[in-house]
Design a protein around this ligand. Structure first.
Ligand SMILES: Cc1cc2nc3c(=O)[nH]c(=O)nc-3n(C[C@H](O)[C@H](O)[C@H](O)COP(=O)(O)OP(=O)(O)OC[C@H]3O[C@@H](n4cnc5c(N)ncnc54)[C@H](O)[C@@H]3O)c2cc1C
Length: 231
């Protein structure tokens, strides 16, 4: 296995863009270092010497480093309760203690622990691409496919909301994760992806499929009713 160890974020980005199909960033490694993970067979660009591992309060905004682990989110006094609840959807302490926020978003999974909650928090990402630094809403990033290095996730202080998960067990793939708050609604549905908007009727824009997480009818029923259940 080839592992590059860049000393700066710019160096990491340069390596990634030079070989987009054959490299992946290495953060907590919970996905990269498993058989069948997104990075299988690829050269890894270890970003663990680059910082981005703090949670800071600056001018009323919370800056979450992309290398902050899900467990560190849970333990922080600065993180809104519903985002902590989302981090706890990763039910294994061992995994929570390695898995990072940046790695979770970058995988763009349809059962992402954090995607729906961070959309509802109206989170913005600070990232470094080959063209330089950029800021974009987390929802736009999740719907795209860029190779940029996530540095920080930024949310307004004191955001409020709630998040709810349905799945066969706490360790299975989530069938559906819903979040709401600040007039924003978000749904991650296994097999359907992520939807976000300002009304609770998101299910109308989604297509549902049968899979191990549940039937299409079941998923549609959950998506249709979840926002009336609230917490
Ligand atoms: C058994 C098992 C079950 C899982 N179940 C779930 C689940 O239900 N829901 C879920 O959301 N996840 C799940 N995961 C995936 C994973 O554990 C988490 O999403 C985790 O948060 C990934 O973080 P990491 O730091 O370990 O990422 P890594 O494994 O280090 O990296 C994963 C990917 O993210 C990219 N990446 C990492 N950091 C950055 C960054 N700063 N900027 C840009 N790209 C970056 C890398 O290129 C890499 O391809 C599961 C993993 C396993 C092994």
């Amino acid at each position: 296995m080839i592992i590059h160890r860049p000393q700066t974020a710019a160096e990491a980005v340069q390596l990634r863009y030079a070989s987009p199909d054959t490299t992946a960033y290495l953060a907590g490694g919970t996905d990269d270092l498993r058989l069948g993970g997104a990075a299988e067979g690829k050269e890894l660009i270890d970003i663990n010497a680059l910082g981005f591992d703090t949670i800071e309060d600056k001018d009323g905004k919370i800056y979450i480093g992309a290398r902050v682990t899900l467990q560190k989110l849970v333990e922080s006094d600065l993180i809104p309760a519903f985002i902590k609840d989302a981090a706890k959807f990763c039910s294994s302490f061992v995994k929570r203690n390695s898995a990072t926020v940046g790695g979770n978003l970058a995988l763009r999974r349809d059962d992402s622990y954090l995607a729906a909650a961070l959309c509802v928090a109206d989170a913005k990402l600070l990232a470094l691409s080959a063209k330089g630094e950029k800021e974009e809403p987390v929802y736009d990033y999740l719907k795209g496919a860029c190779k940029c290095l996530l540095m920080y996730i930024v949310i307004e202080k004191d955001r409020e909301g709630w998040v709810k998960r349905f799945g066969n067990t706490s360790a299975s793939h989530a069938t559906l994760i819903a979040a709401a708050g600040n007039g924003i609604y978000a749904l991650s549905v296994k097999g359907s992806g992520l939807a976000c908007g300002n009304t609770p009727d998101l299910y109308e824009t989604m297509e549902f499929c049968d899979d191990l997480a549940g039937s299409a009818e079941y998923k549609k029923y959950l998506a249709k009713t979840v926002f009336s259940l609230r917490r």
